[in-house]
Ligand binder design. Structure first.
Ligand SMILES: [Fe+2]
Ligand SMILES: [Fe+2]
Length: 303
């Protein structure tokens, strides 16, 4: 965002800082009479044949996966941001402090998401699975160029804020603990996206046109891997839903749930980020028209 720099990020970081127990959890527990993920993110309008209780449970499953996904992506986010601090070690100490705070916040976020997963598990029926190993996936992500990884990090940190403001905040029927988790999370994410923009531009200046072109290809490969993970998680989540609720469904309705949850996950983790105006603006500035077309073509089958 224009007019923001690392000093401003430090100022915001100090002002919004929060504590997991004292500010977010406050001795509360999750309550299954309330929804977790709002309809706007869970894309519930396309599953009109489910009754109120079934919709609520599907929102809770998607909300649990949503929290797990954040704890999971933050593993490679911290590793990459720590890696890029190297460029500031002996130079801009303000930038260094801002980026160290960024990493400190993401480590705390991972702790928050590790803390709430068993809290959700203790009230939800057994059988939920989120089998992805954060270190394994992070190692695979970090094999890509820094330019590529920063592109992925920026889209994630933009959609975090967008989801809260557009969908979570206005929904009155959500679990207050779920809502607060993502309210406090979002507050510390605003500076992250600002720093991602600064660092992605900085990294871009170091690349030759050939290296940038390869980085675009790597981004296409990375999004395909993210999609593979979304396909397997949406399948697991729908399997858990059907096993626990065993709803009475018409002919094609099981498939409609599978398609609907996958579509929701693709919206949550890919399209709401790459379609964000700030992502598009910077991506369009850093890439050529033919590179932009390559990315659009790769994304179009996932729509
Ligand atoms: Fe975070
Ligand atoms: Fe972040």
């Amino acid at each position: 965002m224009e007019g923001y720099d690392y000093a401003k990020c430090i100022e915001i970081s100090k002002r919004v800082r929060w504590d997991i127990e004292k500010d977010v959890i406050k001795g509360r527990e999750f309550d299954l009479t309330q929804k977790f993920l709002p309809d706007g993110l869970a894309l519930m309008d396309q599953l009109e044949f489910l009754n109120e209780e079934e919709r609520k449970f599907l929102s809770q499953i998607q909300g649990r996966t949503y929290a797990n996904m954040f704890g999971f992506v933050e593993r490679f986010i911290v590793a990459k941001i720590l890696d890029i601090t190297r460029g500031h070690w002996l130079k801009d100490q303000i930038a260094l402090e801002a980026l160290v705070r960024f990493c400190d916040e993401e480590l705390k976020h991972q702790e928050l998401f590790r803390r709430i997963e068993p809290m959700m598990g203790s009230v939800m029926p057994p059988g939920y699975e989120f089998p992805h190993q954060p270190d394994l996936v992070a190692s695979a992500v970090l094999k890509r160029s820094t330019w590529t990884v920063l592109a992925l990090i920026l889209e994630i940190e933009l959609f975090t804020q967008e989801h809260y403001r557009q969908s979570i905040e206005p929904d009155e029927s959500l679990s207050p603990l779920f809502k607060d988790t993502f309210f406090f999370h979002m507050k510390e994410e605003t500076t992250h996206a600002l720093m991602d923009e600064l660092e992605w531009s900085r990294e871009d200046e170091k690349l030759t046109p050939v290296e940038r072109d390869q980085a675009v290809d790597q981004l296409i490969g990375l999004v395909a891997e993210v999609d593979g993970l979304l396909q397997s998680q949406s399948k697991a989540d729908v399997g858990y839903f059907l096993k626990c609720r065993n709803p009475v469904l018409g002919n094609d309705e099981t498939q409609r749930i599978r398609d609907g949850v996958l579509k929701a996950y693709r919206w949550q983790y890919i399209f709401s980020g790459v379609g964000h105006p700030r992502f598009k603006k910077l991506f369009d500035r850093l890439t050529t028209e033919s590179q932009q077309q390559r990315v659009s073509q790769a994304l179009s089958p996932l729509m």
